[in-house]
Write a protein that binds this ligand. Structure first.
Ligand code: CMP
Length: 148
């Protein structure tokens, strides 16, 4: 079992896509083991994205991520990190494959609807950035045939 962090970014929250994005993760068999809404301030967005601090887009990205509330979730399952990245699609919605979240719901490389951890190391940092142990939950998925 692997854990990863996903964020429904301010653009997707504002367009009413939280449920749509969570549905896609759940339908891929991932378990939502933690969930909350947060409004990051600029400093918190900079801390969260610190690995990108030297990039030219850092200021714009962190301003955007602090521009409105986000929905943050921990997703658990086998190969959860790569599964989430596949469902999200490429960073730039224009280059993402049809049927991926970013292709369907993203509007630009910055406003790309969703974030997902890119490695076990970043997943560890990102999950613990938002959640304490007692805020994550283990339960069995009881999935009926036919997706009911
Ligand atoms: P995310 O998965 O949240 O990780 C870092 C984010 O930086 C990325 O999605 C994009 O939203 C943003 N990003 C990456 N590359 C660029 C770029 N060239 N210009 C603007 N934003 C970018």
């Amino acid at each position: 079992m692997e854990r990863t962090l996903a964020i429904v970014k301010p653009d997707a929250v504002a367009r009413g896509k939280i449920g749509e994005i969570m549905r896609r993760f759940e339908e891929a068999g991932l378990r939502i083991s933690a969930l909350k809404m947060v409004r990051l301030n600029k400093r918190q967005a900079e801390e969260f994205y610190h690995v990108h601090r030297a990039r030219p887009f850092f200021d714009s990205l962190t301003t955007f991520m602090a521009s409105g509330p986000v929905a943050v979730l921990v997703l658990e399952g086998e190969a959860a990190i790569s599964t989430v990245r596949t469902i999200m699609g490429a960073t730039d919605p224009a280059r993402a494959s049809p049927g991926t979240i970013r292709r369907d719901l993203g509007t630009s490389i910055e406003q790309n609807a969703v974030h997902g951890s890119d490695s076990r190391e970043s997943a560890g940092f990102e999950v613990s950035y938002f959640f304490r142990g007692a805020e994550t939950f283990d339960y069995d998925r009881v999935d009926r045939r036919g997706g009911g």
